[in-house]
Design a protein around this ligand. Structure first.
Ligand SMILES: [Zn+2]
Length: 455
């Protein structure tokens, strides 16, 4: 980093700090003002102005980062490994200390319950995950998990009891394919339980290792209507909020992903003796298709993305015209219809390319397809309102990465709050989110939850 960059960063930092201080002052002032006006009622006043303890969030994130240290001194909490087991035990201890009634469900998810005033209401659930990818960072999942605990601690300190019961859910093995949340949503199949996890254990063994019960996996399923709403605070893992100098992302949904294996069949032939006009070059046709995919994706307004990220050309020799090419095509968007529409256009373009190049182009949809998951519109509004009340800037945005919330969306209204990732870096030891941003996100989580509770 150059001096100029460093300077601009510090200026930016101090500006943000000033905004933060201004906000705190604003909230303290509004607390005083609202407090003076008794007609607002006590809980209303406190609900609007409650603040989390940012330094407690930061120190707990750093404490969690110590578990499973490798030779490089970096925490390693890949699901079902020693670091994950130890980190979870530490977290469970904090949940108990906060007075939550804790359980580990059949999927290995850690659940902490807090009673509400009204037992007939369904619980408001919130949380995230504390497992990580190999060589991952300290904030992905942990911010939402530790902030969920922070919300409970703040309510405890103020002796506040919500109307709805509350549930902190720390999902197991998010990074290995949303395993814990899939179990809750009833999407974890017996096939899924047989897959080998990153730890080397098959999923079922891994779930056992963290206290779950894979033989009885259905017992952790929740039905539609069992949970009032699910909220998840998470780092953005991209660079949009930072680039636009915004504080809170209101997530509109988690994109769907459609993958296709594309086969381009031509004729392999002698590269010296086959005249250009007589060739059926599968790689040349593929090159045109790659450009066509890019054109089609860019031809419509919106945030859709499409990528050909994989290619194999056979036989793969200097002196042979390529006869067979396999490509990997991926399309992501919040709308399943749009993905279909884009795919339809790509197929049309492929048919023309195949005809012109005397090749055959075919598409096979991969089973790994992920459906888009939309967040709840009303919850989005509540997040935006909470952020505005705290003096924070917002942006409605989509999540290009997968999250437990997308599984929870099958059984409950869900919402996600994003905070900036420095440099847009994630799934890397360089992953970083500033304390001020973590604090802002946790404050929005807390205040959204209280608004939602008041209904
Ligand atoms: Zn995550």
């Amino acid at each position: 980093m150059g001096i100029e960059a460093y300077n601009s960063l510090t200026t930016n930092d101090s500006m943000k700090r000033r905004t933060f201080i201004k906000q705190s002052t604003f909230t303290a002032m509004s607390l005083a003002l609202l407090g003076a006006n008794q007609s607002h009622g006590k809980s209303m006043v406190e609900g609007k102005t409650l603040q989390v303890n940012g330094s407690r969030i930061e120190s707990r994130i750093m404490e969690l980062a110590q578990f499973g240290k490798d030779q490089k001194g970096r925490g390693y909490r890949v699901a079902y490994t020693k670091g994950d087991v130890e980190g979870r035990a530490w977290f469970l201890g904090l949940m108990k200390k906060a007075g939550l009634e804790t359980t580990i469900d059949a999927g290995g998810n850690m659940i902490g319950k807090r009673k509400g005033k009204n037992h007939s209401l369904k619980p408001i659930a919130f949380g995230s995950h504390i497992d990580m990818v190999p060589d991952g960072g300290n904030y992905d999942g942990t911010l939402g998990s530790i902030s969920a605990l922070e919300v409970i601690d703040v309510l405890n300190e103020r002796s506040l009891v919500t109307n709805h019961p509350l549930e902190v859910i720390i999902f197991a093995n998010e990074e290995g394919g949303l395993i814990g949340s899939k179990a809750i949503a009833g999407q974890l199949t017996s096939e899924g339980l047989k897959q080998v996890s990153q730890s080397g254990l098959i999923m079922a063994e891994g779930i056992k290792a963290i206290g779950g019960d894979p033989d009885n996996i259905q017992s952790c399923m929740r039905k539609k209507g069992d949970i009032h709403a699910f909220l998840e605070l998470h780092i953005e893992q991209g660079g949009i909020l930072e680039a636009e100098n915004l504080q809170i992302g209101v997530v509109e949904g988690i994109v769907g992903i459609s993958d296709y294996e594309v086969t381009v069949e031509g004729v392999a032939n002698h590269a010296g003796t086959t005249p250009m006009k007589l060739r059926q070059d599968a790689l040349l046709a593929s090159s045109k298709l790659i450009i066509a995919v890019n054109d089609v994706i860019n031809s419509m307004p919106g945030n859709q993305v499409g990528t050909i990220g994989k290619i194999t050309a056979l036989p793969g020799a200097y002196n042979v015209v390529p006869g067979l090419v396999t490509l990997g095509l991926e399309i992501r968007d919040l709308s399943a219809e749009k993905i279909e529409q884009l795919f339809g256009e790509i197929q049309k373009r492929a048919a023309i390319i195949a005809k012109d190049s005397k090749t055959r182009i075919s598409f096979k949809r991969e089973a790994s397809e992920v459906k888009p998951a939309l967040t709840d519109k009303q919850l989005q509004q509540q997040i935006e309102a909470s952020a505005k009340a705290l003096g924070l800037s917002t942006k409605f945005m989509q999540s290009g990465a997968g999250h437990d919330s997308q599984q929870m969306a099958m059984i409950a209204p869900v919402a996600m709050i994003f905070v900036p990732s420095v440099g847009g870096i994630s799934h890397s030891p360089k992953e970083f989110t500033k304390v001020v941003d973590m604090t802002n996100g946790a404050n929005v989580l807390l205040n959204t939850l209280l608004t939602l509770d008041r209904g």
